[in-house]
Write a protein that binds this ligand. Structure first.
Ligand code: AMP
Ligand code: MG
Length: 344
């Protein structure tokens, strides 16, 4: 079955972030004199190419860790994908206005983190955006919804009407027609959980990359950090800057990921919950945080906030850094990152 956390309606162009250690595979000597194995495998999950790398003492442990990472992402996809009618989130959406739905702790946590991301970003991040995302779904003909269409949806994009009850472990959408969409945060959460599964399986270090959502732990053999390149939002083949990651997650939201153009205007997949139009302040937002769930939730929310307010938020948050390319193509780098980026 085709399953996807996201809708595939826009043109998919980007690789967003590039991992730069692809050549490393097999057995490598590390300075302590011990051998370590590096295994990388890729497969389609959550509607995107997922690439997992594990570093372990032996090839078999590295292989098992990669397998455990993929299994964890598959498990979460079955809970969170709104393309799978039996997923927990599909059941939550189907019960909108009817009843609360009991969910797993994973689903509850993703919804709860999404609510926190909404609060942090002044409502820029909003998982109740589902009906508006669907209205803009454009595989079926690059549809530009009218203001009347969007006005009818506005009451449904209402975070106050999303209830996540911890005691009962339920999620309830109070109004019929509401739909939550965790496409803006779910991959970051999945990267975090896949890393936990890999550690449990014995990996010493590794990377989980779900397209533009990457989480790293430990170091490459030889003690090197994991190098990542941020894609230039307007030049497909060009890397904007390189950053080395150490026990960190990185996530990029870009207007070049899924989009179409009409009369010189770019219509893309990140929707401003206030206007229900594609957000206009940025070309791309890359966030580095300790956890993927925050890197992912914040990149989307900050994209909506725009470069000025977005960077103010980043500077306030501990352990969060960002590279923001504004709508004119100007690159803004947070203070904690200035000494860490390398230009190509
Ligand atoms: P990302 O690539 O992480 O920015 O996620 C983009 C996806 O998040 C979109 O494809 C939608 O599914 C969803 N989305 C769009 N706009 C918003 C928003 N304002 N808040 C939360 N999720 C959104
Ligand atoms: Mg995101």
């Amino acid at each position: 079955m085709h399953s996807n956390l996201f809708n595939e309606s826009f043109r998919i162009q980007a690789c967003l972030l590039t991992l730069l250690f692809g050549a490393l595979s097999g057995c490598v000597g590390i300075p302590t004199g011990q051998e370590s194995a590096v295994v990388t495998r890729a497969q389609m999950q959550m509607g995107t190419l997922v690439k997992i790398t594990a570093v372990a003492r032996s090839e078999s442990v590295a292989q098992a860790a990669v397998t455990a990472g993929f299994a964890e992402i598959r498990r979460l996809e079955e809970l969170l994908s709104t393309w799978i009618p039996t997923s927990e989130l599909s059941r939550v959406n189907a019960a909108a206005g009817v009843s609360p739905v009991h969910v797993s702790l994973d689903t509850w946590t993703v919804v709860q983190r999404a609510m926190q991301a909404a609060e942090m970003t002044g409502g820029g991040f909003n998982i109740a955006i589902g009906p508006a995302v669907d209205a803009w779904r454009v595989t079926e003909g690059q549809h530009i919804p009218t203001e009347t269409e969007l006005d009818a949806l506005r009451p449904l994009v209402d975070l106050q009407a999303v209830r996540a009850d911890l005691g009962e472990q339920t999620v309830y959408l109070e109004k019929p027609g509401m739909r939550v969409d965790v496409g803006g945060i779910g991959k970051g959460y999945a990267a975090d959980q896949a890393v936990l599964a890999m550690k449990k399986a014995g990996a010493l270090a590794g990377v989980v990359a779900l397209s533009g959502d990457i989480k790293t732990f430990g170091h490459l053999p030889g003690g090197r950090k994991f190098p990542v390149g941020i894609q230039h939002p307007r030049k497909e083949e060009e890397v904007l800057v390189f950053i080395d990651l150490e026990d960190e997650a990185i996530s990029t939201a870009g207007d070049y990921e899924r989009f179409f153009e009409r009369n010189g205007v770019r219509y893309h997949h990140i929707i401003d919950p206030k206007t229900l139009q594609p957000a206009r302040g940025c070309q791309s937002v890359t966030v580095i945080a300790k956890e993927g769930v925050w890197a992912d939730g914040l990149d989307t929310g900050i994209f909506v906030m725009g470069p000025e307010r977005g960077m103010e938020l980043v500077e306030e948050l501990p352990d969060v850094e960002a590279v923001i390319v504004d709508h004119e193509g100007l690159v803004h780098v947070s203070s904690g990152l200035k000494d860490r980026i390398r230009k190509p």
